[in-house]
Ligand binder design. Structure first.
Ligand code: FUL
Length: 595
């Protein structure tokens, strides 16, 4: 694109006579790496539903071993239309299904595998979840996406070169048979297969295969290329969140630090926006025992602000149950969440306002600040190329009360703003600081105390190129309250030196069915990953119940893990001996006890 120079702009403005005459100026040049049109459309989806479903639904595991009998998968009232109708009513734009999780079981009759629905007795081996769900998505106007795990704890070829070809054929089968796929979700996990070997993933082959069948798909992984993991499984992006990332030297599973994923790289070379995945329940798969632990509306709103409100997509997991239906507690909660979002965002306190900027590109109406207030996505306020600091005053239609401030940058031309603030006018006509932020990106929602004012000023204080803002809104959230505490969640618990055992004395012998361990929710202490578990009745003679057992997915999702014994045991003491921890020197304990 040809960049107009300053003098030609001045000349053209002079030729027009009036500063706000309709003579246009050139659109600003793009800045930095840019999103593809598919990535822009993807970002506009804002919220999608994740469905973790498979053998784990029936065994209550988080990571199946791959040795489960295919017959275990037998939903009694399977109905993907129910999932789609709930996702639609909740305002989600698409559904991503775990077509194959780490246990290797395929929810469609994959000819490249012998561990699929076709080998199960569900519908006499004639069922196909991908077919049912893709059709249901089409019926309800939703996009359809697939999670296909390269880690496979069942396939005998896993750990050999041959497996890369098996996986290629798996991708071809899933991506070539069910219509358009908007997102391909690649988990970076690379554990051991059935023969104890790990696989060297051929990512180039996998990506090339995805694009051959689904050229418009956005590929998710720790490092993209389409979108990136946000660095936690709790659903929050960094308050600073760049859509740019440096990926040189990294691969999915061997990714930049979780902080980097959370915040992106300010001058990153690739456009790889964040996607925040989180489950509506503590675990990713359905468990009866978690029916009373479904997240509250306040939790979900906190997650929404910390994901969509911080330049990320929200991928909210709602796992279908053993019937093959979304449980009524979850669907009810989703409807309450939707109702809360509608209540908050259906009334924009900036409705009827006017906007005036101290800097407008070429003095042209085409780039006027009023573009921030209209509903058009592609119209935006812009300044001249050399202007990186500027303010917009928004005069409201009378005095208004709000506690959420929403801003949007026009990302098709890149992400630019690195620092901004918002002031409100007080009763004496003075500007008072109401909020500050760093990045804006596709969307930024700031949480403030309840503010009442007739005028708001947005100050762009640092921008890497002329700022381009296309959206603004003021809202009142009376559901969640005033805090922005979602990612500052609880870090309580104990820090212990790695390798020191955890022990409990019940005081007297009792019948125990298992134990639980929960690491600290936050903090740098890490957690126990694998362990031996011993029990005793007298504290002298110990019996080993588990040796070299692993807490599944505990690093990324540090929730309370309950482990049951094969049969109840009579005991007084339980000792957990860490074998490996996520940090070298310490591990955290929020709770440890008997079940
Ligand atoms: C993780 C997996 O290991 C979990 O089981 C879950 O699927 C989550 C969404 O991604 O990396």
């Amino acid at each position: 694109m040809i960049q107009p120079n300053k003098s030609s702009l001045a000349l053209s403005a002079a030729a027009c006579g009036l500063a706000l005459a309709s003579c246009g100026t050139e659109a600003p040049a793009p800045y930095g790496p840019l999103p593809t049109p598919q990535q822009v459309e993807w970002q506009k989806m804002e919220t999608n539903m994740f469905c973790h479903f498979g053998p784990n639904t029936f065994t209550s595991a988080e990571w199946g071993s791959g040795q489960e009998d295919a017959d275990i998968f037998n939903p009694s009232q399977m109905d993907c239309r129910q999932w789609a109708s709930i996702a639609k009513a909740a305002g989600m734009k698409g559904i991503i299904i775990t077509a194959k999780h780490h246990d290797g079981f395929c929810l469609w009759p994959n000819p490249a595998s012998s561990h699929t629905v076709a080998q199960s007795s569900w519908m006499d081996g004639k069922g196909d979840v991908l077919k049912d769900l893709s059709e249901a998505c089409r019926e309800y106007g939703l996009e359809f996406g697939v999670y296909i795990s390269p880690w496979d704890r069942n396939d005998p070829a896993y750990g050999t070169d041959e497996y890369n070809d098996v996986f290629r054929r798996t991708l071809e089968s899933a991506l070539g048979s069910y219509g358009p796929v908007f997102e391909q979700w690649f988990d970076g996990a690379c554990g051991e297969g059935p023969n104890g070997k790990r696989q060297r993933y051929d990512w180039d082959l996998y990506h090339e295969t995805v694009y051959r069948h689904q050229p418009d798909a956005v590929i998710f992984s720790d490092v993209g290329p389409g979108c990136r993991w946000i660095g936690n499984e709790a659903g929050y992006a960094g308050k600073t969140c760049w859509s740019r990332l440096d990926t040189a030297g990294f691969t999915p599973g061997a990714s930049p630090s979780q902080d980097t994923l959370n915040c992106g790289n300010v001058h990153g070379k690739a456009w790889i926006p964040g996607e925040a995945d989180v489950s509506i329940r503590p675990g990713w798969f359905y468990k009866d025992s978690e029916n009373d632990k479904v997240k509250s509306v306040s939790d979900l709103l906190g997650i929404y602000y910390a994901s969509v409100g911080r330049n990320s997509l929200l991928l909210l997991n709602v796992p279908p149950d053993k019937r093959g239906l979304i449980h009524s507690t979850d669907s009810l909660r989703l409807m309450e969440f939707r109702a809360a979002l509608d209540k908050i965002f259906s009334v924009d306190m900036s409705e009827g306002a006017s906007a005036e900027a101290d800097e407008v590109r070429g003095g042209s109406m085409k780039f006027a600040a009023s573009n921030m207030l209209d509903s058009g996505y592609d119209t935006y306020w812009a300044t001249d190329d050399n202007i990186r600091e500027a303010s917009v005053i928004i005069n409201l239609d009378g005095e208004k009360t709000f506690n959420r401030i929403m801003l949007q940058e026009y990302i098709p031309l890149g992400q630019r703003v690195a620092q901004f603030s918002v002031d409100i006018m007080d009763k004496d006509g003075d500007w008072v600081r109401a909020a500050e932020g760093t990045t804006i990106g596709y969307k930024r929602i700031l949480l403030t105390d309840r503010l009442t004012t007739a005028a708001v000023r947005v100050n762009i204080e640092k921008s890497y190129a002329c700022p381009l803002l296309n959206g603004f809104g003021l809202y009142l959230d009376e559901v969640m309250g005033e805090t922005e505490a979602w990612d500052d969640a609880d870090s309580s618990g104990e820090t212990r030196d790695a390798w020191t055992p955890l022990e409990i004395d019940l005081g007297k012998t009792a019948e125990v069915i298992g134990f639980y361990y929960q690491p600290k929710k936050k903090g740098k202490d890490g957690c126990i990953i694998s362990y031996n578990l011993e029990v005793s009745t007298d504290g002298k003679y110990w019996k080993t119940v588990f040796s070299d057992k692993m807490f599944e997915n505990i690093v990324n999702n540090p929730i309370r893990q309950e482990v049951t014994f094969d049969a109840p045991l009579t005991l007084r003491y339980i000792r957990l001996l860490p074998l490996s921890t996520s940090e070298n020197k310490t591990y955290g304990v929020k709770s440890f006890g008997a079940l």
